[in-house]
Design a protein around this ligand. Structure first.
Ligand code: PLP
Length: 407
């Protein structure tokens, strides 16, 4: 279905903001997406009408808030098509979800010398938690390299797998290159050898339909704030069998069965992994965000964003001296680039003065920058509320910066 972008943009009041007197062109959606009115109104609505701590009270408001938060879990379950709603754990973000798995999975399943495979295009959130386990438990990280288009070398992945491999943890979509990795193939390769797979879907769920049962991934993680939802909410999907075997990540209220000074028993899934008061208001608003994008339709979103990606790629390619990093045919709406020897910060700062918000720097992927032989890039990342007119303004802005530097 063709999207009515003008109407959609009315749902996002921030898009009519002016920056330095110019209309905002928001192209930093990879970092965080803007929020539709319904999400912000839901947060306000919960605080004004239903706020009470969840799971703890017999009183009406507490039960109402609990019902809404547990309904939100069902919405996420259906969004990723998990088999059970207790396979959906709420965290504070992708980063916390990966830290949880790194901690609890490694505690249960890894000993000194065991190996975890990641890739060269991972966000720091899928590198550092494993490095912490290297120093705590003496595990070893193995890294799948990429080719010149920014695609994973699957042959190398096969070579890296050894009897010591305990888990493969890879990103679905690169936040720098935009590459959509063949995660189904990776999962098949891994499962043939009985190795579980974690998929970092932080840059995927807002662009592609994700079905955890079809993929058969063992863990999948993402953040609500990149999915048009609020900050402070993340999701960890995990297969029941694995989650049941893993010890808790944090201790505190809600994750317990009984507590005594002689010993403590733990609650069942999902609560075993949700210590303390959860961010239930934003969890409820996350469900609102998911309903909002489901109503627009991920198929339509993908088709439109693909159009924007193609258009922008074509236009950028016409600029002399502009180099795009990440040229896979399987690509999401993210473009990283550099022009001549113009520093990415200079480009970003000058575009900002024109009202254009792009991201500059290493994008929390320093090992990937090293691999690409650059210190950083400029990144434009698109959402379904962006337009070709905005891309024209970006392209004109880049040309202006190039002219300024030429003079
Ligand atoms: N993984 C990827 C691929 C990302 O792009 C990001 C954020 O940019 C993260 C993980 C971390 O997400 P968060 O900061 O929401 O925890």
């Amino acid at each position: 279905m063709k999207l009515d972008i003008k109407k959609i943009r009315e749902d996002f009041p921030i898009l009519s903001t002016r920056i330095y007197g110019k209309p905002l062109i928001y192209l930093d959606n990879g970092a965080t997406t803007q929020k539709p009115k319904c999400v912000v109104e839901e947060i306000e609505n919960v605080y004004y009408t239903t706020n009470a701590n969840v799971h703890r009270g017999v009183h009406h408001l507490s039960q109402q808030a609990t019902d809404l938060a547990e309904d939100a879990r069902n919405v996420v379950q259906s969004f990723v098509n998990a088999k059970h709603n207790h396979e959906v754990i709420f965290t504070k973000g992708t980063t916390e979800s990966i830290n949880l798995v790194a901690h609890s999975f490694c505690q249960q399943f890894c000993s000194e010398g065991d190996e975890i495979i990641i890739s060269a295009m991972e966000h720091h959130a899928n590198i550092v938690p494993w490095q912490l386990q290297e120093s705590i438990r003496g595990i070893k990280l193995r890294v799948v390299p990429i080719n010149e288009k920014g695609e994973l070398k699957l042959d190398e992945l096969k070579k890296l797998i050894s009897p010591k491999t305990r888990l493969i943890s890879v990103t679905y979509v690169s936040n720098v290159l935009g590459t959509i990795n063949p995660v189904d193939e990776i999962i098949e390769i891994a499962h043939k050898r009985n190795i579980p797979v974690l998929i970092d879907a932080a840059q995927a769920v807002q662009h592609l339909e994700v079905d955890v049962q079809k993929l058969d991934c063992d863990f999948l993680v993402f953040s609500a704030h990149k999915l048009y939802g609020p900050t402070g909410v993340g999701v960890l999907y995990g297969k029941e069998e694995l989650l049941n075997k893993m010890p808790p990540y944090q201790g505190g209220g809600e994750m317990i069965g009984t507590v005594s000074f002689k010993g403590t028993t733990f609650n069942e899934l999902p609560f075993k992994f949700e210590a303390g008061t959860p961010n239930y208001v934003d969890v409820i608003a996350t469900a609102t965000a998911i309903k909002y994008i489901k109503n627009i339709g991920l198929d339509s979103i993908k088709a439109y964003e693909d159009e924007l990606l193609q258009y922008c790629t074509d236009e950028l390619t016409k600029i002399d001296g502009l180099r795009i990093y990440g040229t896979s045919v399987h690509k999401s709406s993210v473009i990283s680039f550099l022009v001549n020897n113009i520093h990415h910060y200079d480009m970003g700062m000058l575009l900002d003065k024109m009202g254009i918000a792009v991201r500059t720097g290493h994008h929390c992927a320093q090992p990937l920058m090293e691999e690409l032989g650059v210190e950083g890039t400029v990144r434009a990342s698109f959402a379904f509320y962006n337009t070709k007119e905005e891309i024209d303004i970006l392209v004109a802005g880049i040309k202006r910066v190039v002219t300024m530097f030429a003079n």
